[in-house]
Design a protein around this ligand. Structure first.
Ligand code: FES
Length: 98
């Protein structure tokens, strides 16, 4: 059974699939969360967990540090819900052209 993920900034609640990452659940529901590599290397999908618990799947040690984890940050592409969750919405940044 999946869990509910609440995005209060968007006034949206979505269902997560069983063992589905937060990023995949959000994208499948049409919520445009920020991401790049999708396998725990870049850190672009880092997000502050406002409520609930997640399982952290393997990821690069610099994309999410132990200190950041203690502060409540997660990688959306490498986190699976273990309970209902509350998350902020951080949409993809536009590409910066210099
Ligand atoms: S998208 Fe790169 S670490 Fe999640």
């Amino acid at each position: 059974m999946g869990f509910k993920i609440h995005f209060p900034d968007l006034n949206r609640r979505i269902e997560s699939g069983e063992k589905e990452t937060i990023l995949d659940s959000a994208l499948n529901a049409g919520i445009d969360l920020a991401y790049s590599c999708r396998f725990g290397r870049c850190g672009v999908c880092k997000i502050l967990l406002l409520g609930g618990k997640v399982e952290h799947l393997s990821h690069g040690k610099f994309s999410l540090t132990e200190e950041e984890k203690e502060e409540g940050f997660i990688l959306a592409c490498r986190s699976v819900p273990l309970s209902d969750l509350i998350l902020p919405w951080t949409h993809k940044s536009p590409k910066i052209i210099s």
